[in-house]
Design a protein around this ligand. Sequence first.
Ligand SMILES: NC(=O)C1=CN([C@@H]2O[C@H](COP(=O)(O)OP(=O)(O)OC[C@H]3O[C@@H](n4cnc5c(N)ncnc54)[C@H](O)[C@@H]3O)[C@@H](O)[C@H]2O)C=CC1
Ligand SMILES: O=C(CO)COP(=O)(O)O
Length: 320
Amino acid sequence: MSISVLGSGAFGTALAISLAGNGPVTLWARDPHQAKALQATRENVKRLPGVPLPKGLSITDSITEAAQNQTLLLAVPMQRLRSLLNDHCDILAAKTLVACCKGIELNTGLGPIAVLRQALPNAQPALLTGPSFAADIARGLPTALTLACQDARLGKHLQQQLTTKNLRLYRTTDTIGAEQGGALKNVMAIACGAVIGAGLGDSARAALMTRGYAEMQRMALACGARPETLAGLSGFGDLTLTCSSDLSRNYQLGLAIGRGESFDPTITVEGAATARAATAKADEMKIDMPITQTVTNLVGQRLTIADAVAQLLARPLKEE
Ligand SMILES: NC(=O)C1=CN([C@@H]2O[C@H](COP(=O)(O)OP(=O)(O)OC[C@H]3O[C@@H](n4cnc5c(N)ncnc54)[C@H](O)[C@@H]3O)[C@@H](O)[C@H]2O)C=CC1
Ligand SMILES: O=C(CO)COP(=O)(O)O
């Protein structure tokens, strides 16, 4: 059965390229000009330069055409997910919708699966997440991801359908753990970029990754996640990738903050809004998340790096 990808940014295009190795794939670009350009050049020049679009990948600016397939991958930023669903609620209502975004919605504190459930109660929701850069997937480099779906049968089906030659999918029914891990690791990547940008060293980064992981666990377990999910690809795996690679946009924002440089606001950086959403949620749930709180203040320019480090180091000593 064919698949469509909604959202023709870096990740949507990369997934469509990889899946085209299995059979026909339709990539939906909401902007007709962009759809035309993709068709004409057979390349996503802006987001994935140098990677040709394979023959089996067709482009459309018609959501009706894209939604002729039952399985639809939603590759838009987290803060845009709800508007995509609301704008096309009739067309998407009974589809199998695989969210490919990482984050927590600012106004509601919800992750992608919860937003799907709330906006389209008759759709079948799933989540594709884990350590992967669009550029790596598009070039056919080996990648392993998590397919999370509460419905175990559907999860198995999607695992089969979305696994490709170079993209190996593991499945879980723990959608809460998968979405929390994917959302919160971006916050930690901003923190890690900031310490490296400020020249504070690899030891400080290791400390942040480890204590950041403890924060991720605290929040995820309080929301009902299973600990082993956090230790898997969608949590520990993605934390490792994003906190240690210059390719990560979240890490790049952190680097810019640490160096006192400006950062292009049009670049998708999920961790910025998610830090705010997670901080509000942590306050509400009375969960201690000092790194997340610090990232919120750094991104909001209410704290300097020096003060951030001083505050974190001055916290009361405790058991690990
Ligand atoms: N780029 C990467 O390496 C990876 C990205 N992701 C996740 O994928 C999600 C999307 O990221 P990217 O593709 O990298 O961002 P991007 O900025 O490259 O592309 C986002 C795309 O979404 C489209 N879009 C925004 N709002 C829309 C709406 N309401 N309706 C339809 N289309 C809309 C934009 O036009 C753009 O084409 C994020 O949550 C990100 O964390 C996950 C793994 C890897
Ligand atoms: O989610 C990603 C890697 O798994 C992509 O990271 P960035 O959004 O920080 O570029």
